[in-house]
Design a protein around this ligand. Structure first.
Ligand code: WT7
Length: 630
């Protein structure tokens, strides 16, 4: 499959991909190593929320990420690892070493009785072993469920239990900036409530003392010594599960999005090579954490299946100072740099000397993901990091889509700041109005849906296909609803305007307001809560909580702190409310629905134009809320 390299080629390939998707995707998929070729390219029915790709195909994704590169790339660096501590030597892991380590982890898991289809929870920081763990699962056909190591015990419990994980892979601790976090203690706390977990394997990182439960807990360094680096890859069906990854829903518990082997492999590889125009021997750095889908698709599977050198960075952008990203980019001669708007906004506030101290000439292509990028951040990134020379690919996609959907193709698509621009080949967006009519033509604004399947789309929500159907396929029958609003301008370019549901995006992380509300409600003084997002300079959106207490609190600050600590404990520090306003009531309609529109406006600082409040049970509560706005 030839990679698109000109606007003309884009138009031609896009057209072909829509007119004959079967031929298009068969062509893309023929670039891989299949144990057995597929019988049928796809089968779909959005009314039933059923999608299958490369039916009958047999493969193992790790053979495509590792084995097939060995004849010519054994000595090439696969993973370039950079520690949190700038003084700790970085590590260069070759494709041969990665292969050996992945196989060892595969065997280590097999020794603990892990078989094809078993779920393994991975709760680890950004060290090379997390890559061995993920790929080690894929090697033997175990389903990995990576839980971001910034989540609390409560979040870990929900995720482990929902998918019935048998084994947990973790570390003694982790480093993040100047903080040290005792991960194993969090795991110990969680496992008291996780009956399906039989074993944990603990990798050393921080060397802090940990307690090991006899019969359950094993040391990675002991177990890994017992196994060989010969681990034949399990033969997987295209539609066998590769992984589960949890994402927040607008209501209820997090959704375990299920991704399968064949389509995910084909799509992440194709989009990686197309969007970033990856060239042999380049160094690619995606700054996401492997705990998010971005890390799965564009730190590991996409780059490794393309034989790239991928950077794994353990630290944070602000440690030891605000120049760390640029230091690392210079040090490792990074060519393609992919990060989140929230990171750009925070770095843009620092003195320019933090950028200018470093030579970023090797950087050729920039990318962003996770939320809409604002004009100011776009220009700063373009001018100061890209020296006015590098294209910025603003990539729109979701945990559910598995890979990039709407994005410029570097050096091919015309750039338009704050626009994700055009759909990639095979992607068929449709903009809908609130009444379910498709808005055709240019210059329209509405809800973003997708009317045709693509290979990496999530197949279901683990254990709850009905919820999958209800969440994504019922709002606009026959279409996949993204939950995002968008504009399609005069050029046919897309601009994503943000969520239209009760999900807020804080620092690029997707959070359900319902989840935060229920965490706050656990406080014994709290009677009811409503959470909305508000514009935040750095995080994009911040969390604003309106809280009703049984008795009006005497010591508001103390209670605020308790609520923040509680949310941090139940969900994780990223979900902590930035603002907590104590109120005596919430604006509710007669049917009891909270009018979040009003709460959002107040949180945004709007106090006059609150729209129609006549349908509220008690319109007076609006004045109180407005007067007490933070
Ligand atoms: C939501 C998905 C995709 C991996 C990281 C987030 C928002 C994502 C963009 C973008 C505007 C974006 C959307 C989407 N989003 N990328 N380039 N421009 N918005 O994955 O946690 O599943 O969140 O992030 O609202 O629906 P996620």
């Amino acid at each position: 499959m030839e990679i698109i390299q000109s606007p003309q080629a884009y138009s031609e390939v896009y057209k072909k991909s829509i007119e004959d998707p079967e031929a298009f995707w068969a062509d893309v998929a023929s670039d891989f190593q299949w144990r057995k070729k597929w019988d049928k390219v796809f089968e779909w029915d959005f009314h039933k929320a059923d999608v299958k790709w490369f039916l009958g195909g047999k493969l193992n994704i790790t053979e495509n990420c590792l084995d097939r590169h060995l004849p010519h790339k054994a000595k090439q660096t696969a993973i370039l690892w950079e520690s949190n501590d700038p003084h700790e030597p970085s590590r260069h892991i070759t494709y041969q070493e990665l292969y050996d380590n992945v196989c060892r982890v595969g065997n280590m898991l097999k020794n603990q009785g892990v078989k094809k289809g078993d779920r393994v929870c991975i709760y680890m920081p950004m060290i090379p072993e997390v890559a061995y763990a993920i790929l080690g699962c894929a090697r033997i056909g175990a389903v990995h469920s990576v839980v971001f190591a910034g989540f609390s015990a409560g979040s870990l419990i929900d995720r482990i239990n929902d998918s019935g994980c048998k084994v947990v892979l973790t570390t003694d601790g982790s480093y993040r900036g100047d903080k040290k976090i005792d991960l194993k203690i969090i795991v110990d706390e969680a496992l008291v409530k996780c009956p399906t977990v039989e074993k944990t394997i603990v990798c050393r990182r921080t060397m802090n003392p940990v307690s090991m439960k006899a019969g359950r807990d094993l040391w990675w360094h002991d177990e890994i010594k017992k196994v060989s680096s010969d681990c034949p890859a399990e033969e997987m069906d295209s539609e066998d599960l590769l992984f589960i990854l949890y994402t927040s829903g607008s209501t209820g518990k997090p959704k375990g999005m299920v991704h399968t082997c064949g389509g995910y492999m084909v799509y992440t590889n194709y989009t990686f090579r197309t969007v970033f125009q990856y060239q042999e021997d380049q160094v690619f750095w995606c700054t996401a954490d492997v705990g998010w889908v971005t890390g799965h698709s564009y730190i590991l599977y996409g780059p490794l299946s393309a034989g790239a050198t991928t950077v794994i960075f353990e630290g944070v952008p602000s440690y030891p100072d605000m120049g760390r990203f640029w230091h690392v980019a210079e040090k490792h001669r990074v060519n393609i740099f992919y990060t989140a708007p929230t990171a750009i906004r925070s770095l843009e506030k620092a003195p320019l000397s933090f950028v200018n101290n470093y030579d970023l000439q090797t950087v050729k292509i920039l990318g962003t993901v996770g939320e809409p990028i604002n004009e100011e951040a776009w220009h700063w990134y373009h001018e100061h990091i890209g020296r006015g020379l590098c294209p910025i690919v603003d990539t729109w996609w979701q945990t559910e889509t598995g890979g990039i959907m709407i994005s410029p193709i570097a050096n091919v698509t015309k750039l338009k700041p704050t626009f994700a621009t055009l759909p990639l080949p095979g992607v068929q967006p449709a903009v809908m109005d609130e009444n379910g009519n498709e808005l055709t033509g240019h210059g329209v604004e509405g809800r973003l849906t997708l009317k045709f399947p693509w290979p990496a789309m999530a197949r279901t929500i683990y254990g709850d296909h009905q919820r999958f159907k209800d969440t994504y396929f019922s709002t606009f029958p026959g279409k996949y609803f993204t939950g995002d609003g968008c504009k399609r301008d005069e050029d046919g370019f897309y601009r994503i305007t943000g969520r239209v549901d009760d999900i807020i995006i804080v620092s690029g992380h997707n959070m359900g307001t319902a989840e935060i509300e229920s965490a706050i409600d656990e406080h014994s003084a709290v009677c009811e809560t409503a959470v909305v997002g508000f514009p935040h300079d750095i995080k994009g959106q911040g969390v604003y909580a309106y809280v009703i207490c049984y008795d009006m609190p005497h010591e508001e600050e103390k209670l605020r702190k308790e609520i923040r600590d509680l949310v941090s404990k139940i969900i994780g520090p990223i979900a902590k409310p930035d603002k907590i306003q104590f109120v005596s009531g919430l604006p509710k309609t007669r049917s009891g629905k909270i009018m979040r529109r009003i709460l959002r406006k107040v949180a945004e600082g709007e106090t006059s134009n609150l729209g129609d409040t006549s349908t509220l049970v008690d319109p007076a509560v609006v004045d109180e809320i407005r007067n007490g706005a933070l």
